[in-house]
Design a protein around this ligand. Structure first.
Ligand SMILES: [Zn+2]
Length: 291
């Protein structure tokens, strides 16, 4: 298991760099929980992004894989639902809390898919987890376990490689980190993310969903279109306030000090770069200043 240990060390290092050492906690204490969503679609909650799990006669289809040290626990959780072949895995984007298990799943025979930009951004970031073997530039469909699973690029939002995964039969969408219920949207501008693109991508999510669609966020709990609409509306309010402040000649520092998100902060403010109001305002300013 030498490679698993090496990947664990690499993942821990990346995690510290990404989010501060407070998050680099002991992987041993993480418990995997399988949450049924609809039909044969579930998600696995552990540490890192929610893992989509779709099972049936043709085998196991996964969305994202958290961190390398968690692979054995993830596989054990899958085995409580299915003995099927671990066939396909889609990376929703390049962050290590969604791709850290790639190398391990590759060794288990799983074929990994992702947008072209996921592969190139992982290489550029120096992540040594295995990038997707098969990449696509727009969308790809899987026809397995009795339904069509449509994977499609959305406007650059959280990163420039974001995809949504829609289970057409079960009426479930996994959104990666574009939509989350834990904090404000996190726009990773260093990996091609965009605040305005985040609003557009929420509109895409509303377009492909109906009142019965179950929406699995990258982080947080299953939501419906009303939940997504509320987040989209909040982002639009923030956009308009930042745009007005820019027109008034305000600097980013002044905008961050102006309380533009005050009524939302108790529910949505995250820590540090990940999902904080300051980070969101910075991304909004970057998109709109000078335009
Ligand atoms: Zn992410």
């Amino acid at each position: 298991m030498r490679n698993v240990r090496q990947s664990a060390a690499a993942a821990a290092t990346i995690l510290s760099l990404l989010a501060g050492s407070a998050l680099a906690q002991d992987f041993d204490s993480v418990e995997m929980k399988v949450h049924p969503v609809a039909g044969n679609v579930s998600y696995i909650e552990g540490m890192g992004g929610n893992i989509g799990l779709f099972t049936g006669a043709d085998g196991v289809f996964l969305i994202d894989d958290q961190y390398a040290p968690l692979t054995e626990k993830i596989v054990a959780a899958i085995r409580t639902v299915s003995d099927g072949e671990l066939r396909f895995l889609v990376n929703t984007h390049m962050h290590p809390d969604h791709t850290g298990g790639n190398e391990n799943f590759g060794k288990l025979g799983t074929t990994i898919f992702g947008h072209d930009n996921v592969r190139s951004q992982m290489a550029a970031a120096g992540y040594d987890e295995m990038p997707p073997l098969i990449t696509f530039n727009d969308n790809i469909s899987f026809h397995i376990n009795g339904e069509t699973v449509h994977v499609f690029k959305v406007p650059s939002a959280h990163t420039n490689g974001d995809v949504f995964v829609k289970f057409e039969g079960s009426n479930v969408v996994h959104t990666g980190d574009v939509y989350r219920t834990t904090t404000y949207a996190y726009v990773d501008t260093s990996n091609g993310g965009s605040f305005l693109g985040t609003i557009e991508a929420h509109n895409v999510l509303l377009d492909v969903s109906d009142e019965n669609t179950k929406i699995v966020p990258g982080h947080g709990v299953v939501s419906d279109v009303d939940d997504v609409r509320a987040v989209r509306d909040m982002l639009v309010v923030i956009r308009d306030r930042v745009a007005a402040a820019i027109r008034d000649g305000k600097s980013l520092q002044e905008i961050q000090a102006a309380g533009l998100t005050a009524e939302y902060d108790e529910r949505w403010n995250g820590e540090g770069r990940i999902g904080s109001a300051d980070s969101l305002l910075s991304a909004a300013y970057a998109d709109m200043a000078g335009n």
